[in-house]
Design a protein around this ligand. Structure first.
Ligand SMILES: [Fe+2]
Ligand SMILES: [Fe+2]
Length: 177
């Protein structure tokens, strides 16, 4: 007689599957996936420009994704990558670029989407992020990989921290008390 099959995995199966997924993640692949997600959101923003409520909602999603991503890089990837970069400026400049993006996002959060400067600020944020992402993907990430950074181990840390952060943030990616 066949054993009855449950459609939901047992807690042990679920934990094993989750562990396998976590093991499979490489830090650079994880960070690049975040980059693609944010690019997709900026494209959505472009299509929603005529609708103030919609574009504000999309901007809030962009801000949430970027804040989590930047925090993961600043807490985990950037510090651990320092010994694998040829020049410390690679990391320092990336941190300055994050600060500039956070400043623009804070300005946007204090504005109405009907403000005539709103779209301009989102466009500049997008351009800055595109430049930053290009430097990470074309120079920074390949360099640390080439110099022996254990991107699998760092990827596991990033995954675990991301799960923690997502549970602790509000809709705009701000830390909840
Ligand atoms: Fe990044
Ligand atoms: Fe970054």
């Amino acid at each position: 007689m066949a054993t009855p099959q449950s459609s939901t995995p047992s807690p042990r199966q679920a934990a094993a599957r989750k562990a396998a997924e976590t093991r499979a993640k490489d830090a650079i692949a994880l960070l690049k996936a975040d980059h693609r997600k944010v690019e997709g959101l900026f494209a959505k923003y472009e299509e929603a420009k005529a609708n103030d409520a919609r574009k504000q909602q999309i901007f809030q999603q962009i801000a949430m994704e970027l804040r989590i991503h930047m925090q993961l890089e600043e807490e985990i990837f950037y510090p651990q990558s320092r010994e694998f970069v040829e020049e410390e400026d690679t990391v320092n400049e990336a941190e300055v670029e994050h600060a500039a993006a956070k400043d623009l996002m804070a300005q946007l959060e204090g504005m109405s989407p009907s403000d005539e400067m709103y779209d301009a600020k989102v466009t500049v944020l997008q351009e800055q992020i595109e430049h930053h992402v290009e430097e990470e993907e074309e120079e920074y990430f390949p360099e640390v990989k080439k110099n022996g950074m254990d991107t699998r181990a760092v990827g596991e840390e990033i995954m675990a921290r991301k799960q923690e952060l997502v549970g602790r943030m509000d809709g705009a990616g701000r830390r909840l008390q």
